[in-house]
Design a protein around this ligand. Structure first.
Ligand code: ARG
Ligand code: ZN
Length: 851
């Protein structure tokens, strides 16, 4: 069944209080629910969701219902109106569930002997009969017994005794925010005093042995709490805030009220086991889940079509938090890189959908880069349109007006309209229309007047042929030929299909710097006569984002030409040489400038140029370019490699992390000409996972002769085989780093490794995503990469449809390749689609990809 936004109906009952009583047992957990309800409409039947529940008892106001008074199906239970009083009443149910056999990791399940839950989006219906929709909010009182010793749920603890605990959450919430955790856990604890002086107990709960790796996450949580008070005026609202780390988890983390549950990968960190990138992500995800307390929990979504209301805003908030904690411009570049790699890719393929979709079959398939990351970009654009103060005023109004409510995108935009007086009707298309607009730029200069002409176009996406123009904030700077800023960065507001902007009184033709800071999620095309001097911008633009982007465009042009038989562009090589000598540049920034375009990005660029991408040629071109840069700049690279060494004990802070990233970027290039010798030395010397893992990858990819890579892999495995998070990296890194013709055989032998536990989502993903990220390996001409990958999706689907469906997006780019590969990929998608008993998740994904 397809769910439609247009069919929204409010729920005809009010829920006052929900009392849940859990008697935990791996095979037979008893859940008793007592829900006080008030009818809002006369004679409405009571529709409750419920899946996989064994109903033991159902009564209304103490009267057990006759079998004729309700109907039951696979997806729920309807109590007929005639069986219900017209006055408030108490519904009581008792059901039995089996957490130990829950392999989908949705609802109540077990991970390494511990009970935990994941209810977003629609997992609560696997726990008890309930109106499992976000606009039904209620207070929860939860009693847990039967396991332990630690027993956790949402809100504040009211009773804690041996073998039994009661929790009361004073804040009404939708069921997707419910959580329960029980098991043998230890806490790393701390406390926080809020801005109004209330003390909050903080705990990070982990399995014994992991408590030494919680310190960073706890400090990140305190920084998040402070930041949300200072920047958004938002204070925490319970006496206790618990975080639990779980090894088996489908996603990154979950913002359950007062009881966040995390994939252990995004909590646990020590210098020996976590990379600089992991530390940054942990800080960002801790912040993200904490920020949801206001943007998601206190103000939630009316229905799941509005998912980006909470996710887009919360991603935007966590991005800004990280930008404030670390290097803002570097963070912005990283975010745009991820957006282009994942969201732009999604937007131009068969899975394109609006940030606010209007139909779906399985909502879990819409936890996407479009909903999250493009959702965040839209918030950023709103801020450009209303300005700094306008943004703060709008957010204040949002919290004031909608606290305690389940809201829509319309409510959100209304707040901006009311507080700023602006008309945002056209802007709303960003939420309702799919696809990435493409801006084509031409310019002219005459008698001191410089004119920029923009044309915007968005190509049709599945189900949306008509793409009216959008309201786009374009941040523009103008540089003198000497590289001086001639104007302050200005936001041009484009609303028409074609529009010109005029700058007067200029002494000479300026060099434009367009879309500074990536002020809108659009693609830029320059008409040939307006093609910017990219090397000039890379050297002189005062906007760090555009500086980096100019370098990236230059690199892409070069490597795209090389993939078609061209040679290295000397102006690109010279620009890199200049960059290596620029002592003033921030190391983290320089490192980003040294990263060559990803193979997937090169493939897309070739496709857009009307060529069918040849994965093998792309791989070779990129290698050749890297090698040429290394040879041309060997001395400067070696010098930087030495100069960027970090001494003293490891710290995950931005400054040393930036030095390491530049060091490793130079090492990556140098490895192309030293056979992996330096990487091998670093691998032996490294005292931290950042360098150790990067060196390992380079030993594998660059290692020539007698198995430099194999030896390093074996050593790494021997050292870390007992550490699940590090072993995930081992599986992942070697597949990404493999030579294309070795990727499949490596993947095939790794699935035989006794440590390959494919039922664990992290392990499955580390192997399979590593393999599909090996562009030329996955896209082997014989199609065996596709077959291998599809085999594993089919194996996982009956156990864990959510993860299988998500991983199927490796096939979303099928249309960009040659006819042979297209038909090989489609054949695998067809084979999946036709499999009997396929999950709703994976069948929706394959159907959409097949078109
Ligand atoms: N709300 C969570 C977050 O963004 C993600 C939960 C996703 N769960 C799912 N089943 N799709 O932090
Ligand atoms: Zn979120």
């Amino acid at each position: 069944v397809t769910k439609l936004l247009s069919e929204y109906q409010p729920f005809p009952f009010d829920l006052e209080m929900v009392r849940l009583d859990f008697q935990l047992d791996p095979k037979a957990t008893q859940v008793r629910a007592r829900i006080s309800m008030r009818p809002l409409r006369a004679a409405a039947p009571l529709e409750l969701d419920g899946e996989g529940l064994v109903l033991r008892k159902i009564s209304v106001d103490g009267r057990v219902l006759a079998r004729t008074e309700y109907s039951q199906s696979d997806t729920g239970l309807v109590i007929h109106a005639a069986a219900l009083p017209a006055q408030p009443f108490m519904l009581e149910t008792e059901v039995e569930i089996a957490p130990a056999s829950n392999t989908a990791l949705e609802g109540l399940y077990m991970s390494k002997g511990m009970y935990c839950t994941q209810c977003e989006a629609e997992g609560f219906r696997k726990i008890t009969y309930y109106p499992d929709r976000p606009d039904v909010m209620a207070r929860f009182h939860v009693t847990v017994s039967g396991a332990g010793p630690v027993l956790l749920s949402n809100g504040n603890p009211v009773v804690q005794e041996a073998g039994r605990a009661e929790w009361l959450d004073p804040w009404p919430k939708p069921a997707y925010l419910f959580a329960l955790v029980a098991g043998d856990l230890v806490a790393h604890s701390g406390s926080f005093t809020t801005m109004s002086g209330r003390a909050v107990a903080l705990n990070i709960w982990v399995r014994a042995g992991d408590e030494t790796r919680c310190g960073f996450a706890l400090e990140a949580l305190k920084r998040s709490m402070t930041w949300d008070e200072q920047v958004y005026g938002r204070e925490y609202d319970l006496d206790i805030f618990n975080i639990v780390a779980v090894d088996d988890f489908n996603m990154g983390a979950m913002e359950n009220k007062g009881l966040n549950i995390f994939n252990s990968k995004w909590v646990l960190a020590s210098p020996e086991t976590a990379t600089d990138g992991d530390y940054e992500r942990i800080e960002g995800i801790i912040a993200h889940e904490y920020f949801h307390n206001w943007t998601g929990n206190r103000i939630t979504c009316r229905d799941w079509f509005q998912l980006c209301l909470k996710e887009g805003l919360t991603v935007y908030r966590d991005q800004n938090f990280t930008a404030d904690m670390r290097l803002g411009p570097v963070k912005r570049i990283e975010d745009v890189m991820a957006l282009r790699a994942r969201q732009f890719r999604e937007d131009r393929g068969p899975l394109a959908h609006p940030p606010r979709p209007d139909n779906y079959k399985e909502i879990n398939n819409f936890y996407t880069a479009t909903v999250y990351e493009k959702g965040a970009e839209i918030v950023g654009m709103l801020r450009h349109l209303v300005g700094e103060e306008g943004y703060r005023a709008a957010l204040d109004l949002y919290f004031e007006r909608h606290d305690g409510q389940a809201c829509t995108i319309e409510d959100w935009l209304q707040v901006f309209e009311d507080s700023s007086g602006r008309d945002l009707r056209q802007f709303k298309r960003w939420y309702t229309d799919a696809g990435t607009p493409r801006l084509t730029i031409t310019d002219s200069f005459k008698n001191g007047t410089y004119t920029l002409d923009f044309e915007q176009k968005t190509v049709p996406t599945p189900g949306q042929d008509d793409k009216p123009p959008r309201h786009i904030p374009i941040a523009v700077g103008l540089l003198s030929p000497q590289g001086r800023d001639l104007i302050e960065t200005t936001i041009l507001e484009m609303t028409e299909a074609r529009q010109s902007f005029v700058f007067e009184g200029l002494a000479e033709r300026p060099v434009p710097s367009i879309l500074r800071g990536f002020s809108a999620p659009v693609e830029l095309d320059f008409a040939p006569e307006a093609a910017p001097d990219l090397a000039f911008l890379l050297a002189h633009d005062s906007d760090p984002f555009n500086r980096w982007d100019a370098g990236g465009r230059l690199a892409l042009q070069t490597v795209v030409a090389m993939a078609q038989g061209g040679a290295v562009d000397p102006s690109y090589s010279a620009a890199i040489g200049a960059l290596l000598k620029d002592g003033a540049a921030d190391p983290a920034f320089s490192a980003l400038c040294l990263h060559l375009p990803a193979q997937d990005q090169i493939a897309q660029a070739l496709h857009e140029a009307g060529k069918s991408p040849d994965p093998e040629a792309i791989y070779q071109a990129r290698e050749t370019l890297a090698q040429a840069l290394a040879m041309a700049h060997e001395a400067a690279l070696s010098e930087l490699y030495e100069a960027m060494a970090v001494t003293g004990p490891y710290r995950p802070d931005p400054e040393p992390a930036g030095r390491r990233s530049l060091r490793l970027a130079t090492l990556s290039l140098l490895s192309r000409i030293d056979g992996g010798a330096r990487a091998r030395t670093l691998f032996d010397a490294a005292d931290n996972m950042t360098e150790s893992l990067a060196a390992l990858g380079l030993c594998v990819s660059a290692g020539v002769g007698v198995g430099v890579g194999e030896a390093a892999l074996a050593q790494f495995r021997a050292r870390w085989q007992g550490d699940r998070l590090v072993m995930d990296k081992w599986f992942n890194t070697q597949l990404i780093a493999s030579k294309p013709d070795q990727a499949l055989s490596r993947a095939q032998s790794l699935v035989q490794d006794p440590l390959y536990d494919w039922k664990n989502p992290n392990r499955f993903r580390s192997l399979m995503a590593g393999f599909s990220a090996n562009h030329a390996g996955f896209h082997r001409q014989d199609g065996e990469g596709y077959r291998f990958y599809a085999d594993w999706l089919l194996r996982l689907d009956p156990l864990n449809p959510q993860v299988a469906a998500r991983m199927s997006t490796a096939f979303e780019t099928w249309a960009r390749y040659d006819l042979q590969r297209q038909s090989l990929m489609r054949a695998q998608l067809m084979r999946i689609a036709q499999t009997e008993g396929l999950s709703r998740d994976l069948s929706e994904m394959t159907a959409r990809m097949l078109g």
